[in-house]
Design a protein around this ligand. Structure first.
Ligand code: GLC
Length: 456
């Protein structure tokens, strides 16, 4: 008996991590798939980065980049008064762009809270504006039928007990310097604050669909799972909001149940991301220009075709696109964002059938020249997105016997199917197994025309 107790005790010592890992809600693959289903079908969401950094208007990392002290940063708090804030208009723009959900920064790295928190004074309700920005936002976005999500920064450059690290505005060079800077700081206090605030945002605003925690950077002078107490934090999240979908930046990539989807940021994935050969849920987050927060003098804005390709290409590799808007200090969207959203919405109005509920095409379908494929497994339709409009005869390699009917998606006009054109001629690689589509010579009035194939 005594021995058995000893063995048990030794086991607890040896695998404390495994024990707490087990405490994360266990879920089968099928259950997880079901939980994520609405989000995977949605494919397109809006990211919103908003905070007092909209006033300097030169990147949401301005406090870090310019190594601004908390005292000097205070002027943005004192002058924050977004009198034009109209979340109802924001929600309408998101919806009209074809977006199905949205994620807003409840707190970013600078520590400023858009929500009314009991645990800090550093919040919107104490600025000249004086209102809880999150409350109104949640109501407006829900009213448009959009999924609602919160971004919450694990990093905090304002909290007095948050230790200075290598991505902190007051970062140092040597261990001695860090030790001196961090004397008297107690991360236990910050860890509690972080947990208390996440509890607040997941308790005070009804059902929250997505939680976007940002970000871990383990290693020397870095922070990771132990600094955030990631497992306990996530356990609380799952308890408060059992259906919620959580990103992968808690530094729990190797822990079962430690994340729901991966988050390639600001680059186009070349293939569907995998772990151990298994395709995993993913969402790429992207900006219109180079910055997440409002940046007045940043002019590298992507054009409408680039943005649409980003969306289509993400879906063609089984992923989502979370496209960011950085509202101004007055509280409205930059005119360039309004224009881009409108253009995307124009395309989505006629072509969203190739996006919602769609995913990567089955391997048997070769990708025709200069195009991107998406596929709806429920309706068994294949979508060919024409990135570079072809000449009249459009070649579908190996498609013979697989296609019942073809039409343009935007106007449901028939596209005639024939045997491969010129397959007996030199310069052609076509074979008897291919098909040909007879396209109009003139490109339809659509940025990226889509062909809808009804499969056998
Ligand atoms: C990075 C940046 C941050 C931005 C985020 C969006 O982690 O730190 O500013 O919020 O990316 O994914």
């Amino acid at each position: 008996m005594k021995r058995a107790i000893l063995v048990l005790w030794a086991l607890t010592l040896a695998i404390p991590e495994a024990i707490s890992q087990r405490a994360l809600p266990a879920e089968t693959e099928a259950q997880k798939e079901k939980r994520l289903q609405w989000w995977q079908d949605a494919r397109f969401g809006m990211f919103i980065h908003w905070g007092i950094y909209a006033l300097p208007a030169r990147h949401e990392w301005v406090k870090n980049r310019e190594r601004i002290t908390t005292e000097d940063y205070q002027k943005y708090f004192d002058h924050f008064n977004p009198d034009l804030y109209d979340p109802v208009a924001w929600a309408k723009m998101a919806k009209e762009a074809g977006m199905k959900y949205a994620v807003i920064t409840s707190k970013h790295h600078d520590g400023f809270c858009l929500f009314d928190s009991k645990h800090t004074d550093y919040k919107a309700t104490n600025t000249p504006y004086g209102r809880d920005l999150i409350k109104e936002w949640v109501d407006a976005f829900r009213a448009e039928g959009l999924g609602v999500g919160f971004y919450y920064s694990l990093i905090d450059w304002h909290h007095p007990h948050y230790t200075v690290d290598r991505v902190h505005p007051q970062r140092a060079n040597t261990k001695e310097e860090y030790d001196a800077l961090n004397q008297g700081k107690n991360m236990d206090i910050y860890r509690k604050y972080l947990k208390d605030q996440v509890r607040e945002i997941l308790s005070n605003y009804g059902k929250i669909d997505i939680l976007w925690l940002d970000f871990s950077f383990p290693g020397e002078f870095g922070k990771g799972r132990d600094d955030w107490d990631s497992i306990e934090l996530l356990k609380m999240v799952r308890q408060l909001q059992p259906g919620i979908i959580v990103n992968d930046r808690l530094d729990l990539k190797d822990v079962p149940g430690g994340w729901d989807f991966t988050t390639p940021e600001q680059f186009k994935v070349q293939q569907w991301p995998e772990i151990d050969g298994k395709k995993i849920p993913w969402e790429t987050c992207q900006t219109f220009s180079g910055s997440w927060g409002y940046y007045r003098d940043e002019h590298t804005w992507k054009d409408k075709k680039q943005l649409l390709v980003l969306l289509i290409e993400s879906v063609s590799k089984g992923g989502n696109l979370l496209l960011n808007v950085g509202p101004t200090g007055r509280g409205d969207f930059d005119y360039r964002a309004v224009k881009a959203l409108g253009e995307m919405g124009g395309w989505m109005h006629h072509n969203s059938r190739s996006i919602y509920g769609c995913t990567e095409a089955p391997q048997e379908f070769e990708i025709p020249e200069h195009s991107l494929l998406t596929y709806n497994p429920h309706t068994k339709r294949l979508y060919i997105h024409l990135l570079d409009y072809p000449l009249t005869n459009f070649h579908l390699p190996g498609y013979k016997g697989k296609v019942k009917y073809a039409q343009f998606l935007h106007d449901a006009s028939e596209i005639l199917i024939s045997a491969p054109y010129g397959h007996h001629m030199q310069g052609s690689k076509a074979t008897e197994n291919d098909l040909n589509l007879r396209l109009p010579t003139v490109k339809p009035n659509v940025v990226i025309p889509v062909i809808e194939l009804f499969l056998e």
